[in-house]
Design a protein around this ligand. Structure first.
Ligand SMILES: Cc1cc2nc3c(=O)[nH]c(=O)nc-3n(C[C@H](O)[C@H](O)[C@H](O)COP(=O)(O)O)c2cc1C
Length: 179
């Protein structure tokens, strides 16, 4: 895809994937997108844990009460863990890396979905973050922000509709409450 506005229009959260694995080149390009993402003070406080093992993916899919089941059937999950001691704006840094990897996946014609981990809980009421850290041996000082699930799309979703954009949320010049 050569057109960025087309890419962001087409990108939707994909929650159904085929069983086809990703190629090593696809995985590398997605990880490169994370590693090239901008960070405050160029601190690069993130770590990316890439998981393709089916058993681990199944266990990872239980990390939240809701909204994480799709991980079981994705081809690749990347856990975005960030060091809050390296950056006071680690949430921003990790979020930017997460969306950069999603956009790279879309550019490759792949589907992806963000799974929120920070501030979420398992069915056993333990912190999702602790569950993920235990499962993957992630060091204690890191915070788990998100998991991005990737794979070949097994569902069609319409692109974003320009006619439905919420332009009332845009203010030109000063904020205008009477809009
Ligand atoms: C910060 C954030 C957290 C999200 N958490 C989840 C999640 O835990 N599970 C899930 O299935 N989708 C999750 N999503 C995907 C959103 O539901 C999705 O982006 C939103 O509904 C808009 O749809 P679209 O991505 O197709 O445009 C998350 C997205 C963001 C940006």
């Amino acid at each position: 895809m050569n057109n960025f506005s087309e890419l962001i229009t087409k990108r939707r959260s994909i929650r159904k994937f085929t069983t086809e694995p990703l190629t090593a080149e696809q995985v590398e390009l997605i990880l490169k997108a994370g590693l090239k993402s901008p960070t405050s003070k160029n601190a690069k406080p993130w770590r990316f844990i890439a998981i393709e093992d089916k058993e681990l993916l199944t266990q990872l899919s239980l990390c939240k009460k809701m909204g994480s089941k799709l991980i079981a059937d994705c081809a690749l999950a990347i856990v975005v863990a960030v060091d809050p001691l390296t950056s006071s704006v680690w949430i921003e840094d990790g979020s930017i890396a997460s969306i950069m990897m999603q956009l790279q996946a879309e550019d490759l014609g792949l589907g992806s979905c963000w799974i929120q981990i920070r501030d979420r809980y398992t069915t056993a009421e333990t912190l999702s973050e602790e569950y993920v850290k235990d499962l993957l041996d992630i060091p204690m000082q890191l915070q788990v922000l998100s998991i991005i699930a990737f794979g070949h799309k097994d569902q069609e979703k319409p692109p974003h509709d320009d006619d439905k954009l919420e332009w009332e949320k845009v203010h030109i010049g000063k904020y205008n409450n009477k809009q």
